[in-house]
Design a protein around this ligand. Structure first.
Ligand code: HEM
Length: 158
């Protein structure tokens, strides 16, 4: 199947060419991509496990005030760096099953974050207890973000 014209345009753009031709740019971007998702997923996993009952003596609200900004910073590094990696071979990576699986996991992870903060998190702040919905949100979050990591790593193998 022919690649979408915008994928061809991105791959042949100055950005795509620079990412392919520069000796240091690709590894530098990939290192930042890894640092970004380590910060993102590391913070999220720590917070989700607390919501699921681990380290029960650790107060959830101050933990969230620490973990959430770190996760946001991680996302703001990982996503643009990922786009640069994608620009390098956009036509083939867009057709890669692992990459598509990863994007689905990221979309589920982000939708779950929005739902969690609009719903169960407000309940938790008001009532001080972790509802079943909050625990469900934490479980979906763990599966989605770990799925994104699995998909990301498998890109190179498929
Ligand atoms: C925000 C959540 C993200 C996570 C958790 C994530 C995770 C990963 C992981 C684990 C790898 C493998 C790294 C390695 O072992 O070398 C990877 C590679 C990659 N990621 Fe991401 N990523 C994210 C976002 C993105 C986005 C938004 C894009 C593109 C639009 C992207 C594009 C890529 C590409 C193209 C590679 C392949 C690099 C290679 O194999 O050489 N990533 N990602």
């Amino acid at each position: 199947m022919e690649a979408h014209p915008w994928l061809v345009a991105l791959e042949q753009s100055g950005l795509g060419v620079a990412m392919r031709q520069s000796l240091l740019l690709y590894p530098a971007v990939e290192i930042l991509h890894i640092l970004g998702f380590v910060l993102l997923v590391g913070s999220i996993v720590g917070f989700d496990l607390r919501l699921l009952g681990l380290a029960a003596r650790l107060p959830i609200e101050p933990f969230a005030r620490h973990a959430v900004p770190l996760a946001m910073l991680g996302f703001c590094i990982a996503a643009p760096m990922g786009f640069l990696l994608f620009a390098t071979e956009a036509t083939s990576i867009a057709a890669n099953t692992a990459f598509r699986f990863k994007l689905v996991c990221i979309a589920i992870g982000l939708l779950n974050v929005a739902w969690f903060h609009l719903g169960p998190w407000r309940g938790l702040l008001q009532r001080g207890e972790t509802s079943l919905a909050a625990k469900l949100g934490a479980a979906v979050s763990l599966l989605a973000w770990i799925g994104a990591i699995i998909g990301g790593r498998l890109i190179a193998y498929l």
